[in-house]
Design a protein around this ligand. Structure first.
Ligand SMILES: CC(C)(COP(=O)(O)OP(=O)(O)OC[C@H]1O[C@@H](n2cnc3c(N)ncnc32)[C@H](O)[C@@H]1OP(=O)(O)O)[C@@H](O)C(=O)NCCC(=O)NCCS
Length: 450
């Protein structure tokens, strides 16, 4: 498997399909600032954002050059240097139950210009990137979606959810454990210098999280435009444990909506230990002069309400699908994680794009490790054994590649998908076994958009 996605050429099938419509598909040279700037502006326009400042382009140029940056150009338009479609991809490290790490083809910046929409450009790009990822040996692909209706057709399904959490400050009385360490206000640059190491530890203990890139921290900490209103409004603090080791970082802003209505908006929250989690939340929710505390993209299984005397001081909203998973290689994907129970399960997988079709036998040992083999399809097995198919086969789950991605991290129970008619099991016992097998040690959670 290649670690550097930038070195792979664009997919020949998609190149031919786009060329047939007079379009040119290619890679952006991410060492060429002018070419990168045109691509960056197209990406921003595609998401209906403002034109990017030179400072933001400089930051993106410095931070995102490691990504495979692709575009589609239409040489017949007046501003032909600006691509009419964009996608960027890279091989991220995804934490899976165990915990363990698996390489995942992260897809971002999917845009098609409003002048070129609905003529198959996004489909060509998505399918082209999936073929490139599969050929490179990357076991699965991941993304976060602007709309829930776009990506199922390419084999993705939501595997984790997030929520916005809002705390009514006036109802806060802390009853959680007393943190053993201390919180210190620090400058943003100081927080930035320690956050990567703490974040790596936090990410590696939570299924669904991916490794971070420097630009994302700079954004959270207001370091891209430090003199802007937003940059100056951000406060950063660090949590040190009882031994003085930094274990967590937060960045937040205080926003006065009207006199005496002040919201504390959490821009960044990283805690590598449960103690740091409690220490930082206690600090945030006990802020004087604050009416409410709001944090986006939090886990749907957040312990915070249990740390307050009045757990209804915490309100949840915007509960949404978040990390979407697309399995490309079921054997490598399924073998990468640990399982919640021992047992044998056959997965009969269908995949309209062909990458993951087949029958896969999952054998989980007592320690939760799995070995996965391709199994003969049911009719073949029954014919070879000369028996009735049901008797010849072990517990079998029949599902699309989408639903394989949905259950993979343990955030969606097979039983729930079966109730929705999205997967089928040969018996209720099989479904119960599937629930036990795919259970994760922590509720999967991705806490950043990408
Ligand atoms: C989403 C977007 C990239 C689609 O590009 P496009 O080139 O118009 O898409 P295509 O013509 O290749 O369409 C492919 C399929 O997706 C469907 N589709 C496209 N955009 C869709 C949308 N926003 N919602 C639902 N379905 C959509 C098409 O109907 C088509 O379906 P079919 O193949 O089953 O007939 C484009 O609308 C866009 O740039 N949107 C704004 C930015 C954005 O939200 N990007 C996604 C980031 S996660």
């Amino acid at each position: 498997m290649t670690a550097d996605a930038r070195l792979l050429p664009v997919d020949s099938e998609s190149t031919a399909a786009l060329a047939a419509s007079g379009l040119r598909y290619g890679l952006v040279d991410t060492t060429d600032r002018a070419a990168f700037a045109a691509w960056d502006q197209a990406d921003s326009r595609g998401f209906h954002e403002s034109r990017l400042s030179e400072a933001t382009i400089d930051a993106n140029f410095a931070n995102l050059a490691y990504r495979r940056t692709t575009g589609v150009w239409d040489d017949t338009i007046p501003d032909a240097a600006v691509p009419v479609a964009t996608v960027s991809t890279w091989v991220a490290e995804l934490t899976v139950p165990g915990p363990a790490i698996v390489p995942a083809w992260a897809v971002s910046s999917v845009t098609v210009a409003a002048t070129h929409r609905r003529r198959g450009i996004a489909r060509a790009l998505m399918e082209g990137e999936l073929r490139t990822a599969a050929a490179a040996g990357v076991p699965l692909a991941i993304l976060t979606a602007s709309e829930a209706t776009i990506y199922s057709r390419y084999g993705y399904a939501p595997a984790t959810s997030v929520a916005t959490l809002e705390v009514d400050r006036r109802r806060v009385a802390w009853v959680g454990p007393t943190p053993t360490g201390r919180v210190h206000f620090v400058q943003a640059a100081s927080a930035r210098s320690i956050v990567e190491e703490i974040s790596a530890r936090a990410v590696s203990r939570t299924p669904g999280e991916i490794d971070r890139w420097g630009g994302r921290f700079d954004q959270h900490f207001g370091l891209i435009a430090p003199d802007s209103d937003r940059g100056r409004s951000i406060r950063t603090a660090r949590y040190d444990d009882a031994e003085g080791t930094p274990q967590g970082v937060v960045a937040f802003r205080l926003i006065e909506h009207e006199p005496d209505i002040v919201r504390l908006e959490v821009e960044h929250f990283t805690a590598a230990t449960d103690d740091a989690y409690a220490g930082l939340w206690k600090f945030l929710v006990e802020h004087d002069l604050v009416t409410s505390i709001r944090a986006r993209h939090r886990s749907i299984d957040e312990p915070l309400p249990l740390l307050l005397a009045d757990r209804r001081a915490v309100r949840w909203s915007e509960v949404e699908d978040f990390l979407w998973v697309r399995v490309l290689d079921p054997i490598a994907t399924l073998e990468s994680r640990r399982y919640g129970a021992a047992g044998r399960l056959d997965l009969e997988v269908s995949d309209a794009l062909g990458f993951a079709s087949g029958r896969f036998r999952l054998d989980v040992a007592a320690d939760g490790t799995a070995s996965v083999t391709r199994a003969p399809s049911v009719p073949d097995a029954a014919r070879d054994a000369g028996t009735d198919a049901a008797a010849a086969d072990p517990a079998t789950l029949t599902l699309t590649v989408n639903q394989l991605g949905a259950v993979f991290l343990g955030g969606i129970r097979p039983t729930v998908l079966a109730a929705a008619g999205l997967i089928a099991a040969d018996s209720p016992e099989t479904l119960a076994l599937a629930d036990r097998l795919f259970a994760a040690e922590r509720t999967p959670h991705l806490s950043i958009v990408f």
